[in-house]
Design a protein around this ligand. Sequence first.
Ligand code: ADP
Length: 499
Amino acid sequence: MKRALDAAGSSLTSFFHSIRFRLTLWFVLILAVVLAVFSVYIYLSQARDLQFDAAARMRDKFVHVQDYLQRAQWDPADLSAGTVPGSTEPLQKGDVLILADITGSVLQQWGQQISASDPMWKALPDIGSQHPDGSIFEHRASVIGQNEQPVPTDYLFVMTPVVRGGQLLGFLVLGSKSDLAVQSRRLTVSLAVGSLAMLAMAFLGGLWLADRAMRPVSQIALAAREISEGDLDRRIHLRGRDELARLAQTFDDMIGRLQAALNRQRRFTADASHELRTPLTIINLEAGRALSSRRTSEEYRRALEIVEAEGGRMARLVNDLMTLARMDMGEAILKLEELDLGEVAREAVERLQPLAAERSVKLGAGDLDSLCIRGDRQYLLQMASNLLENGIKYAGSGQSVRIEVRHEDGRALVRVSDTGPGIPVEHLPLLFDRFYRVDAARSQNGVDPTSPSGSGLGLSIVAWIVKVHGGTIHVDSKINAGTTVEVTFPLLEVPQSRS
Ligand code: ADP
């Protein structure tokens, strides 16, 4: 029971805090203000009209009564009770006709009797002086009821001064029961009940509307809750073209990007551990084999060479991984300077001559123009070295690798080409992906330290270096004819054309 109460309490709290409730509340509040202003306006104008009509009716009645008195040849200026017509013919039920002198003492009353102690009589001279031409006033008079008791009743009075020879002698007052207060009360009740009913309907309608409008938000929230790290396949797929559908689409796109990033990261981790495991396994195997029984010094030497090669491979791999990690985190700091790209290419060739000689590859340089660009010498040297090393590694013995630096179409062009086996065209778009190798078996043969070995990170590092220098890279390859990699950079100054 307590739990049910708690649950009801918390769902009520969340309802009161919900946007749909607050939206509805604001909507109802605004409507309430509008209705209040409208009701006050209606009340005032209606009340004025009612008063106006009642006053007009009173005046008509007074004229009628005065006509009658005139026809009966009764002159109120006589102030004599003896000449008063005995009939109350022109008066209707509840009406009263009073003749009072200037002190407010009642001389004569016809029709309904009003208590002699009513304060109105005392006030008559004042009222008369304020409204000399017989205007209308409202008063709650003490009417003498059936058992001679005064009953307060709303009356409307019209009065006219009685004058003879320019002298005020008294007042002739006609009173008639007034239902103005009742009508005003009825109007107030109608307006209040109508307004409350409208507010209630607006509240329910507003809740329904807000609920409809907010339903996609609940859908988005539910989907977001269901999407966990392991379930990034889930999408909201909200239909429509409104703001919420656009929000859901943005959300779906974001999840898509997150999923791609997570997949990349997973693949990267798996690839990196796989790459490190292979040389470690080889080192373990070789060491175990060398230690298992007595070997010749030639065999020990061979085992140590393999261990050294694999150790070198691991060191290179860890180096590459660190470079990539620094790049990803934006921590790779470029030491930008004006440099000669031809000179950088020459340095790279010198650096790789020993490797080329070891692999019996002819490494040569074409035109190495002196082209001035702005860049980081170390990174550009690494780029040229990676490209030349790939050529040397994959071309095979007896083949040739060549580098040239030229000015082309207003940019500095570095072209590295080889006469090696080439790369199948379907692999070209993927070459710059991390750990991507065209033929893993061909490019990684750790048992033979002289065979090409690589981890598939070289070209992704090259691509990053080219990108941060504002350059472009393009690979062209033909099977059994060779591979050409072209990199261009913006020039700092356009060189004079050679004559
Ligand atoms: P790796 O460290 O394996 O050399 P790269 O990213 O430099 O990695 O190269 C990716 C793959 O592209 C290599 O594994 C290789 O199969 C292929 N490749 C790169 N350069 C050449 C080339 N000049 N000739 C043939 N294949 C190449």
